[in-house]
Design a protein around this ligand. Structure first.
Ligand code: ATP
Ligand code: MG
Length: 414
């Protein structure tokens, strides 16, 4: 991608209506646009990052047997009423046809979670123990009435979520799958450059049972966790039996209080939804039983915002390579566009993702500042100085070290 063609531009100043670092940096660098409080557009650079996160999630969900599907955002009242969740103050209600409708009562809610929709779908296909287990997921926009939408991508009123649901004959079978998902989640966050802490938590509006959250330690986090300094056993303060200074119930290490961001959440839902929506199966003995369910969520935008909170410096974002919008940020100086064009074309031919600052109306200082702000992992510079050595300057975003590589060797050094 050539920067001269990219329709977005970096902003000189941080936006004044944002408090959180992730929002300030992502708006300034042209990754996202704030449409309203808690509602963002993903611009070309930001959309690339979000899609990379989505691809990582897909790979790991597919690897544990998750089947991808896509459900509607408009959820009719009849789905939510049987579980008592129609009246919860979480969603935005929508009228079916404002003018034609005599009664003003809303018939739809913008989907904020899809247990009811998928459970209803499953009643059409699942009838025997032979049909179980199975799991299905989607990556889709969710809508939630969030009162405090002020943390940028961390808490949106509209946001992208991966929601996986699993269906089992028994609690034991669910437990085994739950462990698999937990492992896949740790992998997903690690691949996105985040170290996740497996944390015991309450169930909110989803289940009466204990759940597990994947927390990323960060001072901007809204959550407080008590975590062992040795084995990393952790509990969310909402349910915690341990407190600061206690001994760890697992390993006798020391418990510390930390702020954190919940990027993922997994739930044992038992038979709450299957009973309410009549999803049953006939067991080997011929008896009918409600299906046992689990649900597992990850907020994609929240992951992206968290990565920025964790990986930045005073000059900009430092993207982990797996989710960087581009691997390489190529800068041309001193009007050597012909030589730099060739480097660009060669890298593209070799399958390297390159953002190429070919703009002729920018100073070197502006180009370097933009490269640091946007935060691609590797910066290459083609200039008079480097060409005298028949080379290109290489610098990693997370290091100060500068090296010159021969043009013919660039690919090897990336
Ligand atoms: P929170 O306690 O932060 O409100 P939640 O318990 O409501 O989250 P879930 O319904 O379990 O979250 O959603 C699954 C995942 O979706 C969360 O772990 C988080 O990553 C993401 N998520 C939830 N609410 C938001 C939001 N308002 N904005 C962005 N991501 C969100
Ligand atoms: Mg919530």
């Amino acid at each position: 991608m050539k920067l001269s063609q990219l329709f977005t531009k970096t902003l000189r100043e941080a936006p004044t209506d944002e408090e959180a670092i992730n929002a300030k940096l992502l708006v300034r660098s042209g990754f996202v646009f704030k449409n309203s409080a808690g509602i963002y557009s993903f611009l070309p650079l930001g959309w690339r990052v979000l899609n990379k996160i989505a691809d990582i999630i897909r790979e790991e969900m597919n690897a544990i047997g998750g089947q991808e599907l896509f459900m509607p955002a408009l959820v009719e009242k009849k789905y939510m009423e049987p579980t008592g969740r129609w009246d919860l103050d979480v969603g935005y209600y929508v009228n079916e046809k404002r003018k034609a409708q005599n009664e003003k009562q809303e018939q739809f809610v913008l989907g904020w979670s899809h247990e009811e929709v998928l459970t209803t779908i499953a009643t059409k296909f699942i009838s025997s123990y032979k049909d179980l287990p199975f799991s299905a997921y989607q990556i889709q926009t969710k809508f939630r009435h969030e009162a405090r939408a002020k943390s940028g991508l961390l808490r949106g009123r509209e946001f992208m979520m991966k929601d996986l649901y699993s269906f089992h004959v028994s609690e034991e079978d669910l437990s085994q799958y739950y462990e698999k998902v937990a492992k896949a989640y740790h992998k997903i966050f690690e691949r996105c450059g985040l170290k996740s802490i497996y944390t015991l938590a309450g169930g909110g509006v989803f289940t009466d049972k204990f759940t597990h959250e994947f927390q990323i330690l960060s001072d901007i986090g809204e959550d407080t966790v008590y975590i062992c300094d040795k084995c990393e056993y952790a509990e969310n303060e909402e349910i915690a039996k341990i407190k600061n200074g206690d001994r760890c119930p697992n390993c006798n290490g020391k418990i510390e209080e930390k702020k954190s961001i919940e990027v993922g959440n997994i739930f044992n839902q038992g038979t709450k939804y299957s009973e309410a929506l009549d999803l049953q199966f006939t067991g080997e003995n011929g008896h009918k039983k409600p299906v046992v369910m689990g649900a597992y969520g990850i907020g994609l935008g929240r992951v992206m915002g968290t990565v920025v909170e964790v990986h930045h410096d005073d000059r900009g974002i430092i993207w982990p390579e797996n989710i960087a919008p581009f691997k390489v940020h190529l800068i041309v100086l001193d009007g050597h566009n012909k030589e730099a064009d060739k480097v660009y074309d060669d890298l593209i031919k070799n399958g390297v993702e390159v953002l190429y600052d070919d703009r002729e109306d920018r100073t070197p200082g502006e180009k370097f500042a933009d490269a640091d702000l946007i935060g691609c992992p590797i910066r290459l510079v083609v200039s008079k100085k480097t060409l005298e050595k028949d080379g290109v300057e290489i610098k990693k975003r997370n290091s100060k070290e500068l090296n010159i590589a021969k043009i013919a060797d660039i690919k090897k050094q990336l």
